[in-house]
Design a binder for this molecule. Sequence first.
Ligand code: C2E
Ligand code: MG
Ligand code: MG
Ligand code: MG
Length: 294
Amino acid sequence: HVKLRGKNGVQLFTPEMGAEARARQETRRCLPGALERGELRLHYQPQCGPRGEVVAAEALLRWTHPLLGEVPPDRFVPVAEDLGLILPLGEWVLREACRQAAEWRARGLTLRVAVNVSPAQLGQADFPDRVLLALRGAGLPPEALELEITERLAVRNVAVAARQLARLGDRGVRVAVDDFGTGQSALASLSRLPLTSLKVDRGFVRDLDEAGHDPAGAARVVQAVAGLAHSLGLTVVAEGVEEAWQFGRVHALGCDLVQGYLLARPLPPAEFERWWRAHERRRPAWLGEERRPV
Ligand code: C2E
Ligand code: MG
Ligand code: MG
Ligand code: MG
């Protein structure tokens, strides 16, 4: 056991916790400069409609450090936010995702690209200008971009968020609330934000039951949330769909789009493109064989 002196005296760390703390510290030390060293990339994960058609792809940030290896975004994004690095990183993500979407369009692969946005980015007074500039720079129409914001952000700074996003919404940029159902109740805030999509958190999808029982109420929650979202004119995306039966089920419960490992894991651009073309070829069979009745 390793003993570290904390603010409130002595804290006891298990060896595992020691490794955790070390990894966090290494992340803080190595993250600055990661962008300049070319260690960051974007992976893309598809969102598909009821017939399996590819409608959108979410851009997900990946960091490979020569010594630390793959560092998951749940670890380094909070550090980037803490160190004030999320502004340049977020800007890069935005530009790179727009560039990639435009490149795919030029090759006849038309989809919308979804980009995660941190609260600090949205808080920038010139955020709408930056987004529009990224779109213009890439030659991408505003409708081809969706910004994903978290419920947390929507609750805290609803007035600021609403103002910033309305400017972009007026131009046609789409706005999704991510991980819906995990934070504080944002129901009141939802109607105040210029949203176009709602992403049902994967926890609800995980709690669905194949046999159709609903002890935890997950099915009723998904159905009610989808109903509410539709009454607000929003597109509903189910996150974390890993099994074939879940695909049919979430559509039956009112979700419009599905994202999850069933379709594809987040993939590097070239692999995503290969997956997409192969998916289009096998889609009819895939629907017939695996999309079971609900
Ligand atoms: P998120 O925006 O909710 O992204 C979805 C996460 O769920 C991704 O994790 C994705 O790989 C994972 N996922 C997708 N399908 C499945 C599935 O079927 N089962 C399971 N168990 N997981 C699935 P990832 O890539 O590790 O990203 C984690 C989080 O990091 C994201 O959650 C997002 O909050 C944040 N993040 C990623 N990229 C960015 C970025 O460019 N900017 C910001 N601000 N945050 C980002
Ligand atoms: Mg997201
Ligand atoms: Mg999510
Ligand atoms: Mg998440």
